[in-house]
Write a protein that binds this ligand. Structure first.
Ligand code: NAD
Ligand code: TYD
Length: 358
């Protein structure tokens, strides 16, 4: 499916219509900005419930672009989802919307299952009824669980999810793929490693540690800090999703890995160096229950089939991310107000007691 050179959409219009879900979040907003960065003849709908993680400020760059439209819809509402999809008549759906944070899924699993599994089901049903021509389900390498060195998981690796978050994603991956096998809805699944970059909600490791370091606050490292993650710059991830949308095969899964396998403590130390703060800000806190020790994947299939490769080196990506958070202190301040403070107190202030009471 070519995005730019398409003469007529399946719905008979001359535009290629792409419905993005979760477009007000971190990765979804980067994807919407990428789609609209050129002068492609596109119509982009952004279906988003605007949870704590959704922020239309992330999309100020496309404000006023006549090709962009916002649809305020909660995927947990099956009828509203069906109406929105029918009304927009997409040629393609790219599904980002999710409850995306492991720690929140441990303390409150219900919204995670409701959105990630049931919400995906509602979207798949709507897509099936409207005979949408392409469906990309955006997932995570966390579905493979912890991988012992020196292995890297490929797409045939068994699913071994450890948290309610990763289990809900694994379930939704299988459900999405079943819609290809059973109904021939042309679904592809992407499984990316840990993302970082501008506009990431400061609850995930990198933006949390950068925001805390810039504010001179302590940096909470879970357990011994030797857990390994494979860091992927958000724009590299978005280019991979566009490649799968255009060239991916239905019924197939594509891993999307990054450029740096690093232990958390090393990442934290590099952030302290980049922000000019001392290592004494590191505070070791109670470990995450069920904490996966190491994520590691190979993206060889995606590279071979689409020619994609990650472009951003980790040091350069981290430096530009630190600069973005330094320059956007107002954004951080706004997203950290209100409900964020309540969450932070629950996960960090009362951490020991909360986790012991599970
Ligand atoms: P995010 O938390 O920043 O954004 C999620 C978006 O989904 C928000 O705009 C939110 O308002 C919206 N949303 C949540 N529940 C909804 C609902 N019920 N109905 C409609 N909209 C809803 O997430 P992110 O980090 O941008 O992740 C996007 C996708 O990428 C997720 O599916 C996630 O599993 C996947 N992923 C993330 C990472 C990562 O490192 N962040 C890595 C691999 C895969
Ligand atoms: P996170 O950004 O939540 O992503 P994920 O759990 O999806 O990999 O966490 C990345 C790593 O950082 C993970 O090993 C947990 C760890 N971590 C901390 O040590 N302290 C923190 O405050 C957070 C949020 C994460």
């Amino acid at each position: 499916m070519e995005l730019s050179a398409r003469a007529a959409g399946d719905n008979g219009s001359s535009l290629m219509k792409i419905l993005v879900t979760g477009g007000a979040g971190f990765i979804g907003s980067a994807f919407v900005r990428l789609l609209l960065s050129g002068d492609d003849d596109l119509s982009v709908g952004n279906l988003d419930a605007l949870t704590y993680a959704g922020n239309l400020e992330n999309l100020s760059a496309v404000d006023g672009d006549p090709r962009y439209r916002f649809l305020h819809v909660d995927l947990r509402d099956a009828e509203a989802t069906a109406r929105a999809v029918e009304g927009f008549e997409p040629d393609a759906i790219v599904h980002f919307a999710a409850e995306s944070h492991v720690d929140r899924s441990i303390l409150s699993p219900k919204p995670v299952v409701d959105t990630n599994f049931t919400g995906t089901f509602h979207l798949l049903e709507a897509a099936r009824r409207c005979q949408v021509g392409r469906f990309v389900h955006v997932s995570t390498d966390e579905v493979y669980g912890s991988i012992d060195a020196p292995d890297d998981a490929d797409e045939t690796w068994p699913l071994h999810a450890s948290s309610p978050y990763s289990a809900s994603k694994a379930g939704s991956d299988l459900l999405a793929l079943s819609y290809w096998t059973t109904y021939k809805l042309p679904v592809s699944v992407t499984r990316a490693s840990n993302n970082y970059g501008p506009y990431q909600f400061p609850e995930k490791l990198i933006p949390l540690m950068i925001s805390n370091a810039l504010a001179g606050e302590s940096l909470p490292v879970y357990g011994d800090g030797q857990q390994v993650r494979d860091w992927l710059y958000v724009d590299d991830h978005c280019r991979a999703i566009r490649a799968v949308l255009e060239q991916g095969r239905p019924g197939e899964v594509y891993n999307v890995g990054g450029t740096a396998d690093l232990p958390n403590l090393e990442v934290v130390r590099r952030i302290l160096a980049a922000t000019g703060q001392p290592d004494s800000l590191i505070r070791y806190v109670v470990d995450r229950p069920g904490h996966d020790r190491r994520y590691a994947i190979t993206s060889e299939k995606l590279m071979r089939e689409t020619g994609w490769s990650p472009q951003m080196g980790f040091d350069e990506g981290l430096a530009s991310t630190v600069a973005w958070y330094r320059d956007n202190a107002g954004w951080v301040e706004r997203v950290r107000s209100g409900a964020y403070r309540e969450w932070s107190e629950r996960n960090y202030g009362r951490r020991q007691a909360e986790l012991e009471s599970l």
